[in-house]
Design a protein around this ligand. Sequence first.
Ligand code: HEM
Length: 484
Amino acid sequence: MDIYVSIIATMFSVFALWSFIVYLFDVLWLNGENRRLNLRRQGIEGPLPVFLLGNVPEMKRMLSSAEKLQAEDPLSSHHRLMLLFPYFMQWTKQFGQSFLFALGRSQFMYVADTYLGLITTNGSVWYHQRKTIAPYLFMDKVKDRVELIVESVGELVKSWGNLIEANGGTADIRVDDYVRRFTSYVISNVVFGDEWQMGMEIFPKSLDLINAMSTPTTLSGIPFYRYLPTKKNREIWRLQKEIHSKIMEIVKKHNETASKDLLQVMIEGSKGDIGPSITADQFIVDNCKDICIPASEITAVSAIWGLMLLASHPEWQTRIRGEVSELCKGGVLSFDVLHKMKALKMVVLEVLRLYPATAFVSRQALTNLKLGDVEIPKGVNIWLGMLELHTNPNFWGADSEKFNPERFADGISKACKSNQAYIPFGLGARVCPGQSLAMTQLQVLFAVILSNFNLTMSPTYRHSPQYALLFKPEFGVNLLIRKI
Ligand code: HEM
């Protein structure tokens, strides 16, 4: 009898093990292979992935042998930005404007053209978050924030003034941290209202989190890597926990009745129908993180690139200065005055075209869906290459790689041949809800800085754009700054 039990138990174990292996093979390889096959049948090709790692080893190889992007003359090198992504350049040449690749077991379709049309795939939690937050960032609300934004630049102007005085009239300043403090101050006030000072403590932690998450290791790309207790992952978990606790501390202190800040909107939103997959606390924390972390850092990085470009183009500094003195007449910048400053807006649009901080727009197909002529299987990620779209001469003309804000003199639609070729704030239903606030911050920052200071490139500046979750200057931006 015992022998039968042990045979049955052994057969059962072998069957269970076999089923598990088949399941693993299905999850780790077949699922992805089926999606790839589906797209290949529709003519979308791509490099062959390896088991478990996808195309990560090939990408690392190409990256390490690629030319380092460090041009002496930043003015001539905007067009070399795609060198940051040698694999995309290589695969575009090999497979065309749309191709497949894999990061670990995740399947991606890269798109460097506009023919697919708007991409809109969203989950229900996202929908509720979006409905709660977006109206609070509309232009009519941003209008009331201009005074706060102008006040926020005041601190930067004072600090630079002191440094210039201490250095005998001209100071060599690394502008990054000053700009980050400005954008954090604005976002902290918008999100946390009276608790803005506590909110400011979140931003340095957020920056550390972005840096930790964007530092590749030899294990990156391995499936389930992010669940392993490696040193880097433990650092990420620690920072996430600290940010979570800080936000909950602010929520507890927050006076629900008096304040009209974004946190109040989120607290009220968390009492609505947020679905079973998320708790009210998590809803609030996720929303705060989703706004604070990218909103402050993306705006800061865009502003830092903008100051570098203005320092390299004194003629545009003069134009903006002229506009400020003509329209502002020595008074304080108001929303209406800002709205009339044409050259200022043209410069901001051109900065976001040449140096789009996010570099890509990404989507995941939550169901099978059709984009243009292509059937996208559920689970495939789609990356739209902003850098390629923004510098494609077919859309922008022969000077597509040059800094030329004049191209926007008659608006975006006249500057390029397709309105989907200019997407610094993304597109479709998920387009950045903070774009009015971001544009206003950049316009105020440039106008106030240029009416107080003259900028030139510092000899210590090294032009080295780097992609690490965001597209930013690897060594920061140093400028020679003197008072007007
Ligand atoms: C120059 C500054 C900024 C740039 C270039 C930028 C760019 C972007 C981009 C490209 C996306 C993805 C859009 C898409 O997938 O189609 C995005 C999403 C988002 N941005 Fe911004 N952003 C900036 C500033 C801000 C600010 C100041 C805020 C809020 C105060 C903000 C809040 C958000 C939010 C909440 C999302 C997620 C939207 C969603 O998934 O529905 N952004 N942003």
